[in-house]
Design a protein around this ligand. Structure first.
Ligand code: AMP
Length: 160
C-alpha cells in the first residue's frame, strides 16, 4: 500500500514524509517520481517474494507504464488488476465514518474527500482502459458485506 508507506514516512519524520504530508492532507496525489521510487525499492528489497499485491498503486498512467517497465525487466509482469466499484455517496459515507477514529486528516472533511474522488476520476479511472487493453481488468462490486466482497475477490483470483 503506497498510502501506508507514505504514512510511515510521515510518522518517521523523513524528508519524503514532510514533502508528501501537505499534498496528502489536502487529498492530492503525491508526485509520480516519489511513489515510483518507493515501489522500486520495495521490489529490490523483496527479490525472492512469490508475488506482490499493490494496493492504491498505480494511480496514474505514468505510474502504470513505469510499473510495467520495472516488472518486465524482472520478467514478472502484472497478472491482473482488480477495480473495486463503489458509488461516490457510499465512498463519502465510509470515509467520514473511518475519519471518526482513523486520525487521518484526509478522512475528516467532505471537501477533501470530494477532492480525492476528483483526483481518482481524473487521474486513476483512465487506468481501467489501460488494463482492459491488456485483458487484465476485473471489476468487482464493492457494496455488500465484507465476507461477500471477499468471496468475490477470491473468485477472481482463483479463476486466474
Ligand atoms: P490511500 O491510503 O491509498 O488512501 O492514499 C492516501 C494518500 O496518499 C493519497 O490521497 C495520496 O496523497 C497519497 N498516495 C497514495 N498512493 C499514491 C499513489 N500511488 N500515487 C500518488 N499518491 C498516492
Amino acid at each position: 500500500s503506497t498510502g501506508d508507506i507514505l504514512r510511515g514516512e510521515i510518522a518517521s519524520g523523513t524528508k519524503l514524509g514532510l514533502e508528501a504530508k501537505s499534498l496528502m492532507d489536502a487529498g492530492n496525489l503525491v508526485p509520480d517520481e516519489v511513489v515510483i521510487r518507493m515501489i522500486s525499492s520495495k521490489l529490490d528489497n523483496n527479490k525472492y517474494a512469490n508475488g506482490f499485491i499493490f494496493d492504491g498503486f498505480p494511480r496514474t498512467t505514468q505510474q502504470a507504464k513505469t510499473l510495467d517497465l520495472l516488472l518486465n525487466e524482472k520478467e514478472t509482469p502484472i497478472t491482473t488488476m482488480i477495480s473495486l466499484m463503489v458509488d461516490e455517496e457510499e465512498l463519502t459515507r465510509r470515509l467520514l465514518e473511518r475519519g471518526k477514529n482513523s486520525g487521518r486528516a484526509d478522512d475528516q472533511n467532505e471537501k477533501i474527500i470530494i477532492n480525492r474522488i476528483n483526483e481518482y476520476n481524473n487521474k486513476t479511472a483512465p487506468l481501467k482502459e489501460y488494463y482492459a487493453a491488456q485483458n487484465k481488468l476485473n471489476e468487482v462490486e464493492g457494496i455488500g458485506s465484507v465476507s461477500d466482497i471477499s468471496e468475490k475477490l477470491n473468485n477472481v483470483i482463483d479463476s486466474l
